[in-house]
Design a protein around this ligand. Sequence first.
Ligand SMILES: Cc1cc2nc3c(=O)[nH]c(=O)nc-3n(C[C@H](O)[C@H](O)[C@H](O)COP(=O)(O)O)c2cc1C
Length: 403
Amino acid sequence: MNLDPRVIAALFAHAARSPSAHNTQPWVPRLAALEDEAHPTVIVTVAPDRCLPAGDPEHLDLHLALGCWIESFSIAAAGVGLVSDLVSIHGRGPHLELRLRIATEQDSGREADGQGVHPSAGGWPRFGVVDLHHRQVDRGPLMRDDPAFSAACTQINGALAESGLRLVTVPDSLWRPLLRQASLYMISRPQIFAESLDWCRLDKRDPRYLQDGLTAECLRLSPIVALPGARLNTPTLRPWIAKATAGAVLPLSVGRKFLAGKRTGRRRESVRIGAGGSARRRGSDITGDPGATAPHHVVLVSDGSAAGRFGENGRGDGGRSDTGLAGEPEPISREIDMGRNLLRTWLLFDRHGLRADVHSELKDCPETNQELRRFFDGRLAPVAAFSVGRSTTPVPRSHRRPG
Ligand SMILES: Cc1cc2nc3c(=O)[nH]c(=O)nc-3n(C[C@H](O)[C@H](O)[C@H](O)COP(=O)(O)O)c2cc1C
């Protein structure tokens, strides 16, 4: 197969629009030497300095981001008539290596329609590079749109049917206190907080400003906050600021933990009282709180029923505490698949005019993670948490490092 490296470079550029936690863009793709011209292979590895050891010690967000990249690449490749198949997964975290086999429609005997590129792709609309570039995370005010949300959720949950994943809504009355608790948890951990600050790009003179991380604009920080923040957010001051802030908020975090225990007790009682409460509590009603004005809050959950395609290559060290349904670690391939489905989920919301505001802290904070699991009756594990609604202001564009 005669593959023009410029085509692959263009596909890499489209795939680079993929989302990643803190906009770290941890993927390092390359076209393997074309010694086997019949089967060109793209090898994707991870840049170790783009991992988040404090905030993502189990590498779940890293694997999700790599899954998003693989899906973006496959969608872009399908747009130029190429079929890409994920043929191997080795290692994990910073040592992860993924291999994609590229073929023409003719060689593969399949149509490059962006469908069927992975086992659970059926049921999704055909996405293209326009979708990849249009999707954005919006941290500004989101407007609730019941009809669009309901239509999108029905379509997404239909498409996810075989994947062991689904979207579940969380009422605003539970979401807000959990979010406050999770935010305090993140700030009260100096290493996590310092790591997050390290990926903030508050100063436009920072050479990395146009490359990666989270800019003040994307974070919707006003210049009054961003300017002094930029002065303080230096490598020397950062650890001190993180420690001082953590010391100040730790008592609040402990207090929230205590209140969370009480909250859970109260919620258990209220569920026992209402006959219809159980179904609502599990969030099976995807329209959420009728009549509410807040954007919808959803969690992509895993019921652990679907195995990854490369289970035999599973995780290398097995030392993970984040567990799936049966208390078993999810295999790496499953997490890559979940990332692929997460990207499709966000693309489909985008098709319905809806954007996501992501809150991974809800799954990263052990207490809020547990509380979400309890809310789902303990049978579902949170994979990604986000609010969904219509953008009400122009959304600043996140940057990407040059290919
Ligand atoms: C696995 C994963 C976790 C994420 N977690 C968060 C989060 O907790 N908070 C947040 O604001 N954005 C989160 N994001 C969104 C990224 O910050 C965002 O994708 C990145 O800044 C690039 O912006 P864009 O998606 O608008 O292009 C997450 C994205 C991924 C893929």
